[in-house]
Each structure stands twice: as structure tokens, then as C-alpha cells.
Write a protein that binds this ligand. Structure first.
Ligand code: AMP
Length: 395
């Protein structure tokens, strides 16, 4: 179900893209990763003489919201494509349909933010049907929203019979994530970090069936350490998840998974880059201090595990990497991934903050694959059927 199996000459290709990109106050796109990711799909259709109609959401508007209009993306997209991009400030209705019909082969049209209509997120069937009138072929290339059964991401597909397929972003994501779900080359290491264990439980449990090594870092560490009887000072702890942490430790033992928790910690007397800093073992964080990064010994050990692996999945930072003084652990792991990749290890980075980290250190090109879809990737890894994928595969 990829682009390569359909012919686009003179056809209107309606593409659901993920152009939910961050912008500054002057409407400059500050991170265009998601836009650049869709260029191969768009270019392929242009080169085949198709007509491109792009639809996306931006933000979470309640009704029409000028600041979230897609019109602010037109010039950036036009630069990326090196060609004129047309825009219409609507996404459904006769006028939009007429405009799609007036397109010439090779033209690109961007339509208005789908979420100006609440029917989009509600997965409204009539709204999806209205949208379907804008194309002869439907392409889903928005992996970031594939876990949502919205009108444009899933419901719409039923109106295209066999004239639907995945764009390259989607097919690449699926192909790469499949490399770590079932049959990953061993040793397989998963690194899970970030703030809270509660948001990563399902993925940790699922991964436990697949991995040889499970590395835990970041804020969630302290729930484990406290559960084991350590002193965590003012560190982030989810007190209602202490039993769960013990459970995970137990399960790892039963399944023969090597569970790596940090052994040392970089601590701060407040949540601030300029805070007073003290280093300690992870089990003895002084009172009045909180752990904000893994220590050097831990960074070394985690890096070694990565270097000894054939497959590595990384989700979530090792510390508060947004603050320079607490970014060293995350940077060390990013560097280890990059080095391992050079030696032939398959490395997949996914989940919003680890992607931000890998970009921050300029290493996105040095790992095997960076997933563009945070929540969608996690749900796919958890083994859930994503509506956006299912809709394309269904007859
Ligand atoms: P998540 O969205 O769950 O992946 O969490 C990412 C966030 O966790 C980042 O913004 C980090 O700054 C934060 N984080 C990482 N380590 C810690 C820590 N030790 N204490 C508090 N927050 C942390």
C-alpha cells in the first residue's frame, strides 16, 4: 500500500500531512522537521504529473483561530519545494472542491487547518466525506496522528476504495518500528527516560518481552530508587507507583532482562540551571536536593551497554537536558547511539523529547532512524492497532 503502486498522472492526490510545526511570534517556522519529512511524498507526486492537495491540523484551536491558520506555512513550504504553493482559507465546501478541480498537474494546494472544525477530531463521517471530495487518491503521510481516529486520518479512507495508500513518512515509520518489534537483532537494548514512569508503563511492560537490556533514566528513576529503599531527597517521585516499580524490577528478573538503573546522580538544590549542584550516589541524595541528571559513572555504564548492543531503542531523556548543567547524561547517551550506529548497530530514536535532544546535539543523521511520531510510535510499540494504519489496510 505504498505510493509506488499507484499512478498519479493528472490525479488529485489528497495528502494528510503532519504540519503541526512550532512557530515563533512572527510566524517563522522554528522546527520544520515534519515538513521536510513529507517532501519525498509530495515531490514524487509532482514529478508524476499529479496534483497535490495538502491537509493538516495545527495546534488545538477551538473554532477558527487566525494565529493557527495554515496560511502562515505557505511561504516556508514554497521555499522547501522551490515552487509556488496555493492556499485556500477553507477545508471543505464547494469553493474548495472547485479549486482542486482547477489545479494543473504539478500544482500544490494547501488547505486550511482541519481542526477549525470540531468534526475533525470527533471523527465525523459526513465531514470526512466532504473532505474526500477534494481528491481522487487519498494518502496518509501523518504518522504523528496515526493513533487518532480523526476524520482526515482514518474515517476518510472508506471513501477511496482502493485509491488510498501510505506516503513515504508512514511507510518508513512502519518499516523502522517493525525492526524493533519482534525479531530485533540481539542484544537489544531499550533506554526509557523522561519525567514519569506512569506515562511509560505500557511500553516498559511490552518491551520487557523483547529486550535483553532495559535502561531506565531521567525523572522516573527516583520512583524505582525510593521503592528500593533509597534516599531521593526532593527528586521527582510518583508515590502511587512504588509498587509498580517493584513489580517491574521483579518482572525483569523473571524474564531474564538486565535492568539498569543509574548508580550516581547530579543533584540540584532547586529546579534551575543556576542551582547549587552536588553529586552523589543515586541512593543517597542529600535532603534538600533533587536528582536532575545521571552521574558520570552511570553515563559511562549506559554508553557501554549501548555500544555492546545490536539494536537500540531510545525514548526519553536521561535528565533535564533543556538546562545545560543537567544535559550531560542525555548527551552522553546520544553520543553512544551515534558511535554504535557507526559500528553497525540499528538505533531508533523516538518520542518527543529524545528527538528534541538528538536534534539539539546535531546527531539526527548519525542514528539509524528518528521517528517523527511521539504518541503514535509509543502506541505502535505497545502493540496497539493504529486507526490511521488500519484505515489504509482495510478494503
Ligand atoms: P517525557 O515527556 O515523559 O519523555 O519527559 C521529558 C521531560 O522529563 C523533559 O522535559 C525533562 O526535562 C524531564 N526530566 C528528565 N529527567 C528529569 C528529572 N530527573 N527530574 C525532573 N524532570 C526530568
Amino acid at each position: 500500500m505504498t505510493l509506488d503502486n499507484l499512478s498519479f498522472q493528472d490525479k488529485r492526490a489528497l495528502i494528510r500531512v503532519d504540519f503541526n510545526v512550532p512557530m515563533d511570534a512572527d510566524y517563522n517556522v522554528t522546527d520544520d522537521t515534519r515538513m521536510r519529512a513529507t517532501l519525498p511524498t509530495i515531490t514524487k507526486i509532482i514529478n508524476e504529473g499529479g496534483k497535490v492537495i495538502l491537509m493538516s491540523h495545527r495546534g488545538r484551536p477551538k473554532g477558527t483561530d487566525e494565529s493557527l491558520s495554515m496560511k502562515h506555512l505557505v511561504s516556508h513550504l514554497s521555499t522547501l519545494l522551490s515552487k509556488e504553493v496555493k492556499f485556500i482559507n477553507e477545508c471543505v465546501g464547494e469553493e474548495v472542491v472547485d479549486m482542486t478541480n482547477s489545479l494543473k498537474s504539478g500544482d500544490v494546494l494547501l488547505i486550511e487547518n482541519l481542526r477549525f472544525y470540531k468534526e475533525e477530531t470527533a471523527g465525523d463521517v459526513s465531514f470526512a466525506q466532504e473532505l474526500s471530495k477534494l481528491g481522487d487518491i487519498y494518502i496518509n503521510d501523518a504518522f504523528g496522528t496515526a493513533h487518532r481516529a480523526h476524520a482526515s486520518t482514518a474515517i476518510i479512507a472508506q471513501f477511496f476504495d482502493k485509491n488510498k495508500c501510505f506516503g513515504y513518512v508512514m511507510s518508513n515509520e512502519i518499516e523502522n518500528i517493525n525492526k524493533v518489534t519482534g525479531g530485533a537483532k540481539k542484544p537489544f537494548t531499550a533506554i526509557v527516560g523522561g519525567a514519569k514512569v506512569s506515562s511509560k508503563i505500557s511500553i516498559i511492560l511490552r518491551l520487557m518481552d523483547e529486550v535483553d537490556n532495559l535502561i531506565i533514566g531521567g525523572g522516573m528513576t527516583f520512583t524505582f530508587i525510593k521503592a528500593k529503599g533509597g534516599h531521593v531527597g526532593n527528586s521527582l517521585v510518583e508515590d502511587d507507583k512504588l509498587d509498580l516499580a517493584i513489580d517491574i524490577i521483579q518482572k525483569a528478573k523473571e524474564k531474564g532482562v538486565n535492568l539498569y538503573l543509574p548508580t550516581d546522580s547530579v543533584n540540584a538544590d532547586k529546579f534551575d540551571n543556576e542551582a547549587k549542584i552536588s553529586n552523589s550516589s543515586i541512593e543517597n541524595i542529600p535532603s534538600g536536593y533533587m536528582g536532575l541528571d545521571i552521574g558520570q559513572e552511570t553515563a559511562k555504564q549506559f554508553s557501554q551497554v549501548v555500544l555492546d548492543s545490536s539494536t537500540v531503542l531510545w525514548n526519553g531523556p536521561m535528565g533535564v537536558f533543556e538546562m545545560e548543567n543537567f544535559s550531560h547524561g542525555t548527551k552522553a547517551v546520544a553520543d553512544a547511539l551515534s558511535e554504535a550506529t557507526q559500528h553497525g548497530t540499528y538505533t531508533l530514536v523516538g518520542g518527543g523529547d529524545s528527538v528534541a535532544a538528538i536534534n539539539k546535539y546535531g546527531l539526527a543523521d548519525k542514528v539509524s532512524y528518528v521517528s517523527t511520531g511521539g504518541g503514535a510510535m509509543l502506541e505502535y510499540l505497545e502493540g496497539k492497532v493504529l486507526p490511521g494504519i488500519a484505515a489504509i489496510l482495510e478494503d
